[in-house]
Design a protein around this ligand. Sequence first.
Ligand code: FMN
Length: 307
Amino acid sequence: MAPMQGITEAPFRNFFDRYFGGVETYYTPFVRWEHDGIRRKDLRDVSPENNHVPMLVPQILAGSLNEAEQLLAQILPLGYRRIDLNMGCAFPAVAKKAKGCGILPFPEKVGDVLRVVERHPDVSFSVKMRLGYEEPDECLAVLPVLNVANLACVTVHARTGRQQYKGECDRESFRRFAEGCVHPVVYNGDVATREDCERLAEWMPGLGGVMLGRGLLASPWMAAEYRAGKAWGEAERQARMRLFHAGLFDHYAQTLEGGEKQLLMKMKTFWEYLLPDADRKLHKKIHKAQKTADYTEAVFHLLSGEK
Ligand SMILES: Cc1cc2nc3c(=O)[nH]c(=O)nc-3n(C[C@H](O)[C@H](O)[C@H](O)COP(=O)(O)O)c2cc1C
């Protein structure tokens, strides 16, 4: 499961794993250094007592060895021995500081961050990156420093930072990178169906894996169905979706401060991505709801297939 800030947080991952599953590795949204440490909210999100998935990999956003060490000093004591290094974030505020995908035009800075790998031989590191910040061949210039690091895998979102989340994924540039990379390479970007996963495996038999983001939120059963080799029935999909939603809703109703307004705001962020092919009017009703009763009624109808 791809990391998505504000979405694939601990409650989402836990309920997802309980009701859908099929996912081998869950990545946390990136954790970064702010003023004098990691935000309490981010530490809570990576804390083992709040996480109940089989394999969780905390992701850190660091622009230098020093920053990576500061972050690890707070995360490794929690017991993690797998860490993902974010070199893909395209938020302008991040990328302009040569962090996230903004680091990719500077192979020497990438090399500096990767020195953290040698310094923690007991930890297994991976990298998540894009093809480049401005151009899709920047990843090729970074290959020499990636190849000499001891990495578990490299995940590539097959876009540049300039593309953000839009426009075509560039599979040919991804293939060129994968051919030159000595580590297992994981594909990421616009994988929408179980058949897409199967086609990717045929297209590149040596692929190290597929990371699923928006497609998995649109069809949360996708990974489980891929593993099963067949589709679930519509009734099962809906039943699991209702349980998943109820779990998330109850969790946030009990834990979020700020009452109804905060609760609905949080739930609506999930609906930016969940089941986009469901009834449009009901989606609209969910987003317009100001009262919990209106929200739950719209969700009930959407998840029972009624209008
Ligand atoms: C709202 C949102 C938040 C994201 N947050 C992160 C993040 O914290 N770390 C990261 O590496 N990628 C992040 N991404 C990128 C996704 O992990 C993924 O690379 C991207 O959405 C492309 O994959 P997809 O087409 O399967 O969604 C985010 C994407 C979105 C849409």
